[in-house]
Ligand binder design. Structure first.
Ligand code: HEC
Ligand code: HEC
Ligand code: HEC
Ligand code: HEC
Ligand code: HEC
Ligand code: HEC
Ligand code: HEC
Ligand code: HEC
Ligand code: HEC
Ligand code: HEC
Ligand code: HEC
Ligand code: HEC
Ligand code: HEC
Length: 446
């Protein structure tokens, strides 16, 4: 059925026609937006400049036919939209990389040529504009980066042209520093910077979203193991594993991820780290209660050399080891052991091994009676050799040479009663008789 147009419509067309013929472009345009035709084109919140000025012809060209008979005659399609836009917007910066739709002149994929509810006449707001063409799974993981979550894609990406790959405004880390200014100062002035941090934040962080907190692919230790594969091998295969790695923040209990003032990216000076956790008795996975080292060191004033140097790692491998108590080298766990040099690999990594090798000496050790080397005598025995522990505390004691207070004998602690003199010393272990040694004049013990 043929539709009937009201009289007013015909009058309108006529008035169009007359005004248009005199000064086509201007007059026709003025007449394009009317109650009946294209009435909403200039009613959007953000109207494009030429549309607001009524300059339809600037883009659509002139069409007397359309003005004369809008139903029958259509405007010619704009064949090259991009070219059209560039006629007025020749200032769009030319940079090294051009976003594909811009390259293809598809300005109207993102901009409405007439106007829209969004600034810059964008067709959609924030990331929904981008997700018309890109997969929104990039922000679909559990932890989403602040600006990506709120649609701030263009905070990092140029919509048109850019000097960096992936249309980025800058390269990481500079890109990241542009907002994380506190990090910029901190990282650039740090004494020790983790090499992957200096190189590129994206070595660890995803700029959009990721499975673990802080947009990381995984939490420590897995994150660290991705690059530190030797450490992964080691930690996963050692016999004695350190609780410090399997609990809390794992590697980050001791290491900083980015920068540190201390070598090896440590969070605190090494001994403070250890004593920060070993400030109470702890129980190993094997169910053994281990000493409160902080208290032990506070209560016993004669600290072993490496501890004076605040170096627990001289003896312990903090990442675990195959030896008892995570020691760096073998050391028996007992008070007695048949002699072998292997037993004392730990002590002799720093001390002269000759102290237990020669039966007689006048120089190798002060623990001698005349020429008789008492270290040899006690330690170097095929059956019941005394392990160093029988006489020396490993960490600290209140006696010189950190000699022990007592040795356990069943459930009884037998006091050693060590007494040091200028030329030697003596001990009175439990119910035994006093035993003396003197380097200058050999003592005869019963
Ligand atoms: C900056 C250039 C530009 C100006 C100015 C402009 N247009 Fe458009 N117009 C376009 C483009 C581009 C299209 C989409 C055409 C295409 O895809 O080929 C379009 C499409 C249209 C359409 C088709 C329906 C639609 O909305 O897609 C109408 C109707 C229209 N314009 C009317 C007008 C009128 C009326 C004016 C003046 C008030 C005007 N235009 C001003 C560029 C412009
Ligand atoms: C006839 C000239 C002309 C053409 C053709 C033209 N524009 Fe514009 N455009 C303008 C004017 C004038 C403004 C208003 C500038 C202002 O407000 O500073 C403008 C503003 C804009 C703005 C907003 C800029 C701002 O800073 O707010 C965008 C986006 C835009 N145009 C996109 C386009 C696109 C896309 C095309 C092609 C479809 C196009 N323009 C074609 C003249 C033109
Ligand atoms: C992929 C989407 C997209 C395409 C395609 C696109 N733009 Fe834009 N354009 C944007 C976005 C987003 C902004 C707003 C940028 C901002 O907020 O800083 C913008 C802003 C603008 C502006 C105003 C700010 C400025 O940079 O001057 C103009 C003018 C403009 N675009 C013109 C064009 C022209 C011309 C084309 C085609 C050659 C085009 N755009 C293609 C997304 C696009
Ligand atoms: C009209 C479709 C379209 C829209 C809308 C669009 N893009 Fe693109 N974009 C593409 C195409 C096509 C490519 C090139 C193909 C590709 O590499 O995936 C591309 C490439 C990219 C690239 C580079 C990818 C690479 O591997 O080099 C980035 C980054 C990008 N777009 C970001 C955005 C952002 C941010 C927005 C929103 C402001 C956006 N895009 C909107 C179509 C679009
Ligand atoms: C904090 C800065 C930042 C924000 C915000 C951001 N991106 Fe990216 N985007 C990047 C970086 C950096 C890359 C390059 C990643 C790479 O090379 O591995 C990238 C890459 C891309 C790529 C290429 C494909 C890929 O995953 O490598 C697309 C597409 C993309 N971004 C789209 C978006 C969209 C859409 C948004 C908004 C939801 C957005 N980006 C927000 C920084 C950002
Ligand atoms: C446009 C500004 C901007 C840029 C560029 C930017 N960020 Fe962010 N970033 C933020 C904002 C905003 C937050 C959210 C802050 C908050 O929640 O406290 C954030 C949060 C983060 C967080 C999580 C912090 C937390 O406490 O949860 C990390 C990690 C992060 N950004 C890393 C990066 C990296 C890596 C880059 C470079 C690829 C980068 N950012 C670039 C603005 C930015
Ligand atoms: C070696 C991996 C790695 C690299 C590379 C890296 N980060 Fe991180 N980042 C982390 C880890 C791990 C955390 C979590 C720290 C924590 O739990 O104590 C983190 C947390 C953050 C946080 C949020 C927590 C905070 O400290 O404020 C921001 C912001 C951040 N990183 C920014 C950056 C920037 C910027 C870069 C590049 C200059 C960067 N990161 C490079 C591993 C990395
Ligand atoms: C993207 C790879 C990468 C990731 C992930 C990574 N690192 Fe590193 N790390 C390196 C590189 C490269 C070096 C320098 C070469 C080396 O010492 O192996 C290094 C060095 C170190 C150093 C020694 C610094 C020195 O002064 O000798 C420590 C400690 C360290 N990383 C700890 C960690 C911890 C803890 C994590 C997990 C939070 C981690 N790393 C994650 C690549 C990585
Ligand atoms: C984050 C807390 C934490 C820090 C820091 C820490 N430890 Fe531990 N450590 C533990 C826990 C928990 C245990 C007991 C459970 C276990 O052995 O797995 C333990 C056990 C030990 C053991 C006995 C291991 C065994 O099973 O025989 C030694 C030795 C040790 N730590 C030395 C150190 C040294 C040296 C440092 C400093 C480099 C240190 N620890 C730092 C938590 C910590
Ligand atoms: C109990 C504290 C502690 C924990 C937990 C810890 N480290 Fe360490 N790490 C240290 C100390 C102390 C050093 C430096 C002394 C040394 O060589 O042992 C170090 C050194 C390193 C080094 C430098 C290379 C080397 O052997 O000297 C790397 C790499 C490293 N750690 C990675 C890790 C990784 C990865 C984790 C988690 C699986 C981790 N650390 C957990 C304390 C710790
Ligand atoms: C000279 C080597 C050496 C140094 C240095 C050293 N340890 Fe030990 N540590 C040992 C030996 C050996 C054992 C096994 C028990 C023993 O013989 O006393 C041990 C045992 C431990 C134990 C388990 C205690 C128990 O009750 O079984 C902890 C915890 C410990 N050390 C922590 C530390 C800390 C923390 C430091 C630094 C303050 C440190 N060690 C420095 C050699 C050392
Ligand atoms: C990491 C190196 C290192 C290891 C391993 C080590 N020591 Fe020491 N030891 C020292 C240093 C350094 C001194 C202090 C020397 C000084 O003050 O002249 C010292 C001092 C001593 C002293 C006191 C010597 C004196 O003259 O005051 C005894 C006893 C001792 N160590 C026994 C041991 C025993 C037993 C072991 C094996 C369980 C051992 N040490 C493992 C470095 C080590
Ligand atoms: C039977 C007790 C006893 C045993 C077992 C023992 N020591 Fe000693 N050690 C001493 C005494 C006592 C001194 C102090 C000598 C002096 O200065 O008068 C001493 C001194 C030392 C010294 C200081 C330098 C020196 O030789 O005078 C070192 C180092 C040392 N011992 C290491 C060891 C090591 C390593 C072991 C195990 C292989 C060990 N000791 C086993 C009793 C013992």
């Amino acid at each position: 059925m043929k539709k009937k147009y009201p009289v007013i419509f015909h009058l309108l067309i006529l008035s169009f026609f007359f005004t248009c013929t005199s000064n086509f472009s201007y007059a026709f345009a003025n007449g394009c937006i009317t109650a009946a035709c294209h009435s909403n084109l200039d009613k959007t919140k953000f109207v494009h400049g030429p549309v607001a000025a009524g300059e339809c012809a600037a883009c659509h060209g002139d069409s007397k036919d359309h003005a004369a008979n809008p139903k029958k005659s259509r405007f010619k399609a704009i064949t090259d939209v991009g070219k059209k836009c560039y006629e007025c917007h020749d200032t769009l910066e030319k940079k090294k990389k051009t976003h594909a739709p811009v390259q293809d002149g598809e300005c109207t994929a993102c901009h409405d040529p007439h106007g829209s509810s969004y600034k810059f006449q964008l067709k959609k707001e924030g990331s929904s504009l981008c997700f018309d063409c890109h997969d929104d799974s990039i922000v679909g993981k559990k932890f989403v980066h602040g600006p990506a979550a709120v649609g701030g894609c263009v905070a990092c990406h140029e919509p048109h042209t850019a000097n960096f790959d992936k249309n980025l405004k800058a390269k990481s880390p500079e890109l990241c520093y542009s907002c994380h200014t506190d990090k910029a100062d901190m990282f650039k002035n740090a004494q020790v910077i983790h090499p992957p941090v200096e190189e590129d934040c994206l070595n660890c962080h995803n700029p959009h979203s990721n499975d673990a907190n802080f947009m990381l692919p995984a939490a420590a230790p897995e994150l660290c193991f991705e690059c530190h594969t030797d450490m992964k091998e080691w930690v996963n295969n050692v016999a004695t594993k350190h609780g410090a790695i399997s609990q809390g923040k794992s590697c980050l209990n001791c290491h900083e991820a980015h920068v540190s003032a201390i070598p090896k990216m440590l969070a605190k000076p090494p001994m403070d780290l250890c004593l920060g956790c070993h400030d109470k008795d702890r129980v190993t996975t094997g169910g053994v209660t281990i000493t409160n080292l902080k208290k032990l060191l506070a209560d016993n004033k004669d600290h072993h050399g490496p501890i004076k140097q605040k170096d627990c790692s001289g003896c312990h491998n903090t990442h675990g080891s195959d030896n008892f108590r995570m020691l760096r080298a073998y050391y028996p766990s007992t008070f007695y052991a048949p002699f072998s040099m292997h037993n004392y690999g730990l002590c002799f990594s720093c001390h002269e091994e000759s102290i237990v090798k020669d039966p007689e000496t006048t120089t190798l050790t002060n623990f001698r009676n005349g020429k008789i080397n008492l270290h040899f005598k006690h330690v170097n025995k095929p059956d019941k050799g005394r392990v160093c522990r029988s006489c020396h505390e490993t960490h600290a004691s209140n006696h010189l040479k950190h000699i022990r207070d007592a040795v356990p004998f069943g459930s009884w602690e037998v006091p050693l009663n060590f007494n040091k003199t200028n030329d030697g010393g003596s001990c009175l272990p439990g119910c035994h008789k006093i035993k003396k040694y003197n380097r200058a004049k050999m003592e005869i013990n019963e």
